[in-house]
Ligand binder design. Structure first.
Ligand code: NIG
Ligand code: FE
Length: 408
C-alpha cells in the first residue's frame, strides 16, 4: 500500500479543536495534525498516528497549544483618520449621540476617508491589520461605510480586497452603505436608501466587492423600514445580511435581521426577549463587541444569560473603528468579554473561532477537523484560558495559513 506523503506533520502539540458540536475547547492532549494541500488531512492523538507515515516536514511542538486561526468577524478596520478629539470631547461631557448629531462621529470619518487616496487608505489600514494578525487572526471581516458614495465605498472595499492579497488573511467584505446619512442626502434618508438599493449595491456587486450587506438600525442611523428595504435588495442579489442592532436603543432590528435568516445581529446591548426568540429560531449569531461597550462607557449589558438559555451562538469581535472601538487586539476582546460580560474563557474562545466562522457563513475555518482549511495558530500557553486571561501580552508564536508556516 502506498504511504500518503503529507506536506506537514505537527506532533505532540495540545490541540483545541473548538467545534461547535464538541463541548468546551474540544481539547486533544499530545496530538498530531497533518496538513496536505492547505487542508487538514489527519488529526488525532499522536499515539494513534498510523505506523508508517511520511511528511516532507515533521515538527515537534511538545507542550505548545494549537487553536484554529482566530476570526475577527466584525471590523471597520479600513478607514481614514482618527477621532481622539471626540474621545476627549466625550470625556468633557458631550455624548456620542450629540457628537454624531452635530456632524461629527461617523461623518468626520467619512470626510477623512473620502479625502484619502486608495493607496493612502491602504497604508493607514495595513498596520492595524498587522496588529490583529500578530495575535493569530487568519480571517477578518471588513466593512465599508465611511465612503457613503459609490466611488468612496468602492475604494474602501477595494482596499479590503487588497489586504487579502498582501497579507496572509482571509477577508470577507461587507457593504455598510447604510451606516450614516451622507451630507448630500441630508433630510432625505428614504431617497438615500433607494439610491443604495438601485445604484450603489448593484454597481458594487458587479465589481465583485460585496460578500454581505449590513446597516446601522438606530435612532441616529436608519429605521427598521429602511433597513428592511435594503435587506430586500440584498436578497435579490443573493447576498447574506447582518445588522448593527440594539446598540444604543431597542429598534427591534435583531428580529428583522433574523427574519431575513441573517448571519448575525451585532452589538445587542438593548436586545429584547422577542429579538432573542427570533434569532434563536433563525440561527442568527449574536456578535458581541465588548470593546465598543467599554470605550463608550456603556452600562447596559447585552442579555448574555438569556442568549445562553436560548442557545443563540455568541461570537466576539473587535469592531475596530475610529469612533467606538479603536482597538486592534482580539485577545484583549477575549479578556473584556470575560471581565465585562462575565463570559467564560471557553465561551470567549468559541466566539472568535467556530461561532465567528458561523457569523461569516464560513464552513471551512474556525475549528480544527479533517477536511478543514489548515489555518492554525500556535501558542506558548499552559492552557486555553491563558488567551483570555492576560492583558497586553501576546503568546502567539505563529500561524499556519493555508498550511504554510509563518512565524510571528
Ligand atoms: O460599530 N455603530 C455604528 N458603527 C460603529 C461606530 C462608527 C463610528 O463611530 O465611527 C460601531 O460601533
Ligand atoms: Fe460596528
Amino acid at each position: 500500500m502506498q504511504v500518503p506523503i503529507w506536506d506537514t506533520l505537527i506532533r505532540h502539540a495540545n490541540v483545541a479543536r473548538l467545534h461547535a458540536d464538541l463541548p468546551g475547547y474540544g481539547e486533544l492532549m499530545d496530538a498530531a495534525v497533518a496538513i496536505k494541500d492547505g487542508k487538514i488531512v489527519w488529526l488525532g492523538v499522536d499515539a494513534d498516528l498510523p505506523a508508517s507515515v511520511e511528511a516532507q516536514d515533521e515538527i515537534d511542538m511538545v507542550g505548545k497549544w494549537i487553536t484554529p486561526g482566530l476570526i475577527d468577524c466584525h471590523t471597520h478596520i479600513v478607514h481614514g483618520g482618527r477621532r481622539s478629539n471626540e474621545f476627549e470631547a466625550r470625556l468633557n461631557g458631550i455624548s456620542y449621540e450629540e457628537i454624531a448629531r452635530s456632524g461629527g462621529g461617523i461623518l468626520s470619518s467619512v470626510r477623512a476617508t473620502r479625502a484619502a487616496s486608495e493607496s493612502e487608505l491602504l497604508a493607514q489600514s495595513l498596520p492595524r491589520v498587522k496588529s490583529l494578525l500578530a495575535e493569530g487572526v487568519t480571517t477578518l471581516e471588513i466593512k465599508s461605510g465611511y465612503g457613503l458614495d459609490l466611488a468612496s465605498e468602492a475604494k474602501m472595499l477595494k482596499v479590503a480586497r487588497q489586504i487579502a492579497e498582501l497579507l496572509p488573511v482571509n477577508v470577507k467584505t461587507t457593504f455598510l452603505g447604510a451606516h450614516a446619512l451622507p451630507p448630500e442626502f441630508a433630510g432625505r434618508a428614504d431617497d438615500y436608501i433607494e439610491h443604495l438599493c438601485v445604484e450603489m449595491l448593484p454597481a458594487l456587486v458587479q465589481l465583485g466587492l460585496v460578500d454581505a450587506v449590513d446597516a446601522f438600525c438606530e435612532r441616529i442611523g436608519f429605521s427598521r423600514a429602511q433597513t428592511e428595504k435594503l435587506f430586500t435588495a440584498a436578497r435579490q442579489h443573493g447576498l447574506p445580511v447582518k445588522l448593527h442592532a440594539e446598540q444604543l436603543s431597542d429598534q427591534d432590528g435583531s428580529a428583522l435581521v433574523a427574519q431575513f435568516q441573517g448571519l448575525s445581529a451585532d452589538h445587542l446591548e438593548y436586545l429584547s426577549p422577542s429579538g432573542i426568540t427570533a434569532m434563536a429560531a433563525n440561527h442568527t449569531v449574536a456578535v458581541l463587541l465588548p470593546a465598543a461597550y467599554y470605550f463608550l462607557r456603556e452600562t447596559k449589558l447585552p442579555p448574555i444569560a438569556e442568549l445562553r438559555a436560548a442557545n443563540v451562538p455568541i461570537a466576539l469581535a473587535t469592531d475596530c473603528n475610529p469612533g467606538t472601538a479603536p482597538i486592534t487586539s482580539l485577545l484583549l476582546v477575549l479578556n473584556m468579554a470575560c471581565t465585562l460580560f462575565k463570559m467564560t474563557p471557553q465561551e470567549a474562545l468559541r466566539g472568535v473561532t467556530c461561532y465567528g466562522a458561523q457569523a461569516l457563513g464560513m464552513q471551512d475555518v474556525g475549528s480544527l477537523n479533517v477536511g478543514m482549511h489548515a489555518d492554525l495558530a500556535l501558542w506558548e500557553i499552559e492552557r486555553p484560558a491563558d488567551l483570555a486571561y492576560a492583558m497586553g501580552f501576546n503568546p502567539c508564536l505563529g500561524v499556519w495559513k493555508d498550511g504554510r508556516w509563518l512565524a510571528r
